[in-house]
Write a new protein. Sequence first.
Length: 152
Amino acid sequence: MPAAPLQRSDFLDAAIQEAQDGLAVGGIPIGAVLVIDDEIVARGHNKRVQSGSAVLHAEMDCLESAGRLTARDYARATLYSTLSPCDMCSGAILLYKIPRIVIGDNQTFRGPEEYLHARGVALEIVNDRRCIRMMDAFIQKNPGLWNEDIGE
């Protein structure tokens, strides 16, 4: 009997696991997965702290992990992120014309969602309690690091 196909909640769970993996090694708990044709093709988490990087947000790490994909691949993709993408990550989403984003939390931080929507990106806001609690706890414990991550 074939395995049951993965559902949206499975993909968000995978992004949350990425966020938890990053937190476990001293990073900022934001995770992302890229899904094409109901299959996870790439995973990533925020690695700015661990890598000393200015740009390795979860979405950027995920896209980097995907490697070179075709425009046809991106056109079928959905990006799942535990947190609303920032300006930088939103720019990459627009550059590669990723048509859909599932956002685990836009309560603790909200990126340029209206702009993404105006440019034709479909947004699904979940506001999953696990994502919100994880970010709230991190921000309370690490306000300086959080402000650095969002450019403040």
